[in-house]
Design a protein around this ligand. Structure first.
Ligand code: NOJ
Length: 543
């Protein structure tokens, strides 16, 4: 295979993929909730931005208790979002625009309204229907205590009791019962789901909770962090992400990799003129090494690497993430991935302190990330510099908010502003607020307003992605001369030197032509690199 053919085949190795949180992207029918026709109509925005692919959060039939991550039918579109024809039209239009489409697969759990779970409830203890899930007897003389001390990621006990006295496991909300992946029926069902969407032309799958499918045999107790009460409904043991990251009998079991070997064989059958169809793991693993196990040559193509997102604003921390990631992924031949925001975490300008400084840092971290080898994931609205919205408690919808009282994830999911000066800012044809209220004063953040402003964050993203296509994706797979001097990180990618100033003072700028910078438009970078700023420089010798 020529180098060009290989590049086309393995498009994912350097792709920039844009996450569409479907409820909040664009609403065509005016019900205040985003939908597939709305997304299709707005695809030119993604083409103009310069991304290669989009990943769409779940749009299958679902009671929406966790906004689609609770699936009642994996092979149909929820009427809230449209129809199967709308899904086909979306894929076709995306392909016309040279955008690949990755859909979200949720195999760890179904909705409690899935026909399998309803049948399990009806069939009773010991039935084959119950064996598709993790039903157990309770502890204590009358079985009134949960079978073990596991906590839900969303807070509280991970077990719910049904009227006949048995308990079922749900690592997330009680409306999301965990499947029993040791039962072959489950694997067979998901293979048919993969084929259903592959036959409709999708280019890949993002695999939800990829590290959680198989639980340790015996379901032993988890180690309870000191000071927290087993089985309590309190938000014990750190943030939601910390709870998912701990080494526990429900995460990262070796048998989970068998599942992905089987799926990889299926996807390989479908590789065609558009290149590989891919699997991307959402796996909140402990270490870069455990992340790399998901991307061994016969498993997934990619795994989200959350270490860039979790790193504090520090040159040393960023350098350690780059080194750790490349060292882990290199030996298995995988391509690294990088991400700063998604629908589960606080938007990165807010994480970096908010306001003008948070935005400056966010742009700098993004520009640095886009220079790294491998592929990058963007989350809708980051190209507009959106910050986390402080959603009033009465409007919050996140199940983790209901289970723990922690603010939850609604703040990064507020519908996008497209144009205008008042809600719904062109999100849909209606006049009122969409499903989560948009803040006042969002007009200047809208796509239309930023499109008209060469100094906008949208213009910065477009320029950065264009520079990436020209300079970074052709710079090979390695990072050289990685250095931390004081608060400054620098590294080389082929002929390009990347410098990120994490300090609070300007620093002297090395020589070279400025190819891209995160500084506000109009800033002339000649002798100094301001604080909270990143730049790509072409070595004078390489011109
Ligand atoms: C990860 C998804 O990103 C998140 O939104 C969801 O709540 C959980 N998995 C459970 O499916």
């Amino acid at each position: 295979m020529s180098e060009r053919d290989a590049e086309h085949q393995q498009w994912w190795r350097h792709a920039v993929t844009y996450e569409v949180y479907v409820r909040s992207f664009a609403d065509a029918d005016g019900d205040g909730v985003g939908d597939l026709p709305g997304l299709t109509a707005r695809l030119p925005h993604l083409r103009d931005l310069g991304v290669d692919a989009l990943w769409i959060t779940p749009f299958y039939r679902s009671p929406q208790r966790d906004h689609g991550y609770d699936v009642a039918d994996y092979t149909d579109v929820d009427p809230l979002f449209g129809t199967l024809d709308d899904a086909d039209a979306l894929v076709a239009r995306a392909h016309e625009l040279d955008l690949r489409v990755i859909v979200d697969l949720v195999p760890n759990h179904t909705s409690s309204e899935h026909p399998w779970f309803r049948a399990a409830l009806e069939a009773g203890p010991g039935s084959p229907e119950r064996a598709r899930y993790l039903f157990r007897e309770g502890r204590g003389a009358d079985g009134s205590l949960p079978p073990n001390n596991w906590r839900s990621v969303f807070g509280g006990a991970a077990w719910t009791r049904v009227p006949d006295g048995q308990w079922y496991l749900h690592l997330f909300d009680s409306s999301q019962p965990d499947l029993n992946w040791r039962n072959p029926e489950v694997g067979d069902m998901f293979e048919s789901v993969l084929r259903f969407w592959l036959d409709r032309g999708v280019d890949g799958f993002r695999i939800d909770v990829a590290h959680g499918l198989v639980k340790e045999e015996g379901l032993r107790d988890q180690v309870v962090p000191e000071g927290s009460e087993p089985g309590s409904a309190a938000p014990t043991g750190g943030s939601m992400i910390e709870r998912t990251l701990r080494d526990e009998p429900m995460w990262d079991q070796p048998e989970v990799h068998e599942v992905y070997r089987r799926w990889r064989r299926v996807l390989d059958e479908y590789a065609g003129p558009r290149g590989d169809r891919i699997l991307v793991a959402e796996a909140w693993t402990q270490t870069p090494e455990s992340m790399a196990r998901f991307v061994r040559p016969d498993e997934m193509h990619q795994a989200f690497n959350f270490s860039w997102l979790l790193a504090p604003w520090s040159a040393e921390a960023f350098a350690a993430v780059v080194t750790g990631t490349l060292e882990a992924v290199g030996p298995v031949g995988g391509s690294p991935t990088w991400v700063l925001s998604n629908h589960d975490v606080i938007r990165h300008p807010t994480r970096y302190g908010g306001g003008p400084r948070g935005l400056a840092r966010a742009r700098a971290a993004t520009l640095t990330m886009l220079a790294l080898p491998g592929s990058a994931y963007l989350y809708q609205g980051e190209e507009l510099g959106l910050e986390e919205v402080d959603v009033a408690p009465e409007h919050r919808t996140d199940p983790s908010w209901f289970r723990t009282g922690e603010a939850g994830r609604d703040g990064c999911r507020v519908p996008l502003p497209w144009d205008g000066d008042a809600a719904p800012y062109g999100f849909g044809p209606g006049t009122g607020q969409p499903w989560l209220p948009q803040p006042a004063g969002w007009g200047p953040r809208s796509v239309a307003a930023q499109q008209a402003d060469p100094g906008s964050t949208l213009a910065f993203y477009r320029a950065a992605l264009a520079a990436r296509r020209t300079f970074a994706t052709t710079a090979g797979e390695s990072v050289t001369d990685l250095r931390v001097e004081g608060a400054v990180l620098s590294f080389r990618r082929g002929p390009v030197t990347v410098v990120l100033n994490c300090g609070s003072e300007a620093v002297p700028l090395p020589p070279g032509e400025v190819l891209a910078s995160s500084a506000p438009a109009g800033t002339v970078l000649s002798r100094d690199l301001p604080a909270d700023c990143a730049v790509w420089l072409r070595d004078p010798a390489a011109r």
